[in-house]
Write a protein that binds this ligand. Structure first.
Ligand SMILES: Nc1ncnc2c1ncn2[C@@H]1O[C@H](COP(=O)(O)OP(=O)(O)OP(=O)(O)O)[C@@H](O)[C@H]1O
Length: 267
């Protein structure tokens, strides 16, 4: 194994993942990822699907420099600036309960020492974009689960990072709210064209949102296949009635089913 490192990538790829493996060393050694090779074009939307425990979050955390690879290389070509190169959105909204909506959304830029007037201006814009205008002074506990998740999405956009790394961001929402949020996310991304990597357990969600779907194998996670999503943009949930959507959903499930079964055998 070659030693791990992160360097600038000399290309239009935001990230180049080159032969990356990850082993967690502890009481029980766990190999989470094995020999991952992936390129993430700047401005693209990639969805990652795979069985539980196959290393999807680990890969996301390595891309976001929250975790280091045990072996291999991650080239990061995102521009350096005063804000972090990647903003995260997790399943649990992560809104700080003692902050208002406005303070929560402005938090990323606050941490990057952006002036109050500028960060609040950005925050108000994104609060409005996600449909929370009028709730700027509300506290998270006064909002529904869907509204709290919108705080997290607004905060990620407001931070101004060129990349968004999303780990099951809509996973905790009810089915109807989730559909609306998926459409909203597509719309925001189409306007902003950030480099997005989104982990999801939903094949439909991956087909609705992504330019490309990466299917991972059971642990240790490897790239099983990479599928280009052919649907044009702008996209809405109406594409689910397209026969091609149904066919692709079936194909991806066939590919995933073996891996889910394998992961159940080993867990
Ligand atoms: N900090 C850690 N220390 C030890 N093992 C870890 C650590 N983080 C993750 N793992 C292990 O690495 C493997 C991959 O975990 P990871 O969370 O990346 O999977 P995942 O595909 O995101 O799972 P899920 O879909 O269930 O969220 C799992 O076996 C997990 O227990």
């Amino acid at each position: 194994m070659t030693p791990a490192s992160t360097t600038a990538a000399p290309s239009t790829d935001a990230f180049v993942v080159d032969d990356v493996s990850k082993i967690f060393v502890g009481k029980n050694q766990v190999q989470a990822l094995a020999n991952i090779d992936l390129r993430f074009r700047a401005g693209s939307f990639t969805c990652i699907v795979g069985p539980s425990g196959c290393g999807k979050s680990t890969l996301l955390r390595i891309l976001g420099e929250l975790e280091t690879a045990t072996a291999g290389h991650v080239h990061n070509n995102l521009p350096e600036s005063r804000v972090p190169r990647s903003a995260f959105v997790f399943q649990d909204h992560g809104a700080l309960p003692w902050f208002t909506v406005l303070q929560n959304v402005a938090f990323g830029e606050h941490m990057a020492s952006v002036g109050k007037r500028e960060r609040e201006e950005h925050a108000r814009h994104w609060i409005s974009e996600v449909g929370l205008a009028g709730f700027e002074q509300a506290y998270p506990h006064q909002l529904s689960g869907g509204m709290r998740q919108r705080i997290a999405i607004a905060r990620a956009f407001a931070t101004g990072s060129p990349s968004l790394l999303m780990d099951e961001p809509l996973g905790a929402l009810d089915a109807q709210t989730r559909i609306l949020m998926q459409e909203q996310l597509v719309e925001l991304w189409e306007a902003e064209r950030k480099t997005v990597v989104l982990v999801t357990h939903s094949i439909e969600e991956a087909l609705l949102l992504g330019d490309r779907i990466v299917v991972m194998s059971a642990r240790p996670g490897r790239v099983k296949e990479t599928i280009e999503v052919p649907f044009g943009r702008p996209r809405t949930v109406d594409i689910e009635t397209d026969p091609e959507f149904t066919r692709m959903k079936q194909d991806i499930w066939e590919s995933l089913r073996d891996e889910v079964q394998a992961s159940l055998r080993f867990s």
